[in-house]
Design a protein around this ligand. Structure first.
Ligand code: URA
Length: 420
């Protein structure tokens, strides 16, 4: 096998054999297949696609490029992955809730890049909390508490790390076979027996249309199933931010409200819907709505944060500067665009432009109204939080046209479909 043969085969619309795929992914990881060769192959895959068998083999080869976590856990394991949204803090209340219902949730997460925030960036706003854990610490915490949210260990799917960075600079990110194999290689290597995917659709999502999101969801579920992981997907709405907080510390505060029995209705609804799917995969019959109301999930949250060095009672960082954006007119808020709010929060300092940049823990946006709520001209609509007042102009520019006051909006369901 040579790299040029594999590239030519895909360029001409052919099907790659399992052997070719295993060889090219392994050789690329070891530096034997060059970056320019993998760029050409990624573009050929982008243009020609891969069938279900190729995608499953590609995912397997990426898993085999590194280690698999061998978790020794005394309860059923089940995890959740979201394709990324604006104000999507669902992991924070969900992991302790599902743990309080009897499962073990090994949630290996990432940092944010671009307009969607990263779970680790949010949790790092809690004083003392640490994201890096060893495999032994992960296993111990899963046995004792049932939930871990931490950084993915270095050795998981190194082929994906290398390939994702290459796709980022070669215009080959937006390919369903490459996205699906990228996500699933990391999740399968983590060793969870069950997996629920939250595939977002709408302006704030990676997949803007429901049809694209459905295709991604079906591809993800097929890969999980082919690799022996019980997998289902929820297609969920991301046209407007989830909840009333977008950013880091503000999202942690909102998650804590939910865990204490309050919080915005949409965040509660999605948390409970995902918990139900996860518990069904784990074969557990607890009712997550009841467990949430009982306070048991909040107790698990406090133990989970404390186990990773955090103080769950400590005050969260406050921004140095708050800019208030007023409602432009009297009426009903008919639209508040998720993508615009995500970009604005990012520009305020909640997100990063380059992988190595720091984020501001206190940066973000608070929504005083959600689509469908009445607003009054001149009253606060959005609060922009930042430590760097110079960032406000860029955030306001991103929000230009994002707020609509007019007729009541069409009510979209939060959960569009379930793909099994
Ligand atoms: N998220 C991933 O992990 N990989 C992709 O390719 C796209 C989104």
């Amino acid at each position: 096998i040579t790299a040029v043969d594999v590239i030519r085969a895909k360029r001409d619309g052919g099907r790659l054999s399992e052997e070719q795929i295993a060889w090219v992914v392994d050789s690329y990881t070891r530096g034997v297949v060059a970056e320019e060769q993998m760029s050409a192959l990624a573009m050929a895959i982008f243009l020609r696609g891969m069938d279900a068998g190729e995608i499953s083999a590609w995912t397997g080869a990426m898993i085999d490029s590194g280690e698999c976590l061998s978790l020794r856990v005394n309860r059923p394991t089940v995890d959740k992955h979201s394709t990324g949204g604006v104000g999507d803090k669902i992991t924070l209340p969900l992991a302790p809730l599902v743990a309080a219902c009897g499962a073990a949730v090994p949630q290996l997460s990432g940092r944010g890049l671009g307009h969607t925030g990263g779970t680790l960036d949010k949790l790092e706003s809690i004083p003392g909390w640490r994201a890096e854990l060893s495999t032994d610490e992960i296993s111990r915490q899963l046995n004792e508490i049932g939930a871990v949210v931490c950084a993915a260990t270095e050795g998981l799917a190194p082929a994906d790390k290398k390939l994702y960075a290459l796709r980022d600079v070669t215009g080959t990110v937006e390919s369903i076979p490459l996205i699906a194999s990228s996500i699933m290689s990391k999740k399968i290597a983590e060793g969870s027996a069950g997996l629920v995917l939250d595939v977002k659709t709408g302006s704030g999502a990676f997949m803007k249309s429901l049809d694209q999101a459905r295709e991604l969801a079906r591809t993800l579920v097929a890969i999980g199933t082919a690799h022996g992981v019980a997998t289902t997907a929820l297609l969920t709405e991301m046209g407007t931010p989830l909840g009333r907080a977008v950013g880091n510390a503000v999202e942690v505060a909102e998650a804590v409200e939910v865990l204490r029995g309050g919080g915005p209705a949409d965040v509660v609804e999605l948390t409970v819907a995902l918990a139900r799917e996860m518990l069904a995969l784990a074969g557990l019959s607890a009712d997550p709505a009841e467990v949430l109301a009982s306070g048991a999930a909040y107790e698990t949250w406090c133990r989970m944060i404390a186990a990773q060095g955090g103080d769950p009672e400590a005050p969260l960082p406050k921004p140095r500067h708050v800019h208030v954006l007023a409602a432009p007119a009297d009426g009903v808020l008919s639209g508040l665009d998720a993508y615009a709010v995500g970009v604005a929060a990012w520009r305020l300092g909640a997100g990063r432009a380059r992988r190595e940049d720091p984020v501001q823990h206190a940066a973000g946006i608070l929504l005083h109204a959600k689509p469908g709520d009445r607003v009054t001209a001149g009253e606060p609509l959005l609060e922009l939080h930042t430590d760097t007042p110079d960032a406000v102009a860029g955030a306001l520019e991103a929000l230009d046209g994002a707020v609509q006051v007019g007729p009541p909006p069409e009510r979209l369901p939060l959960v569009h479909e379930i793909v099994r």
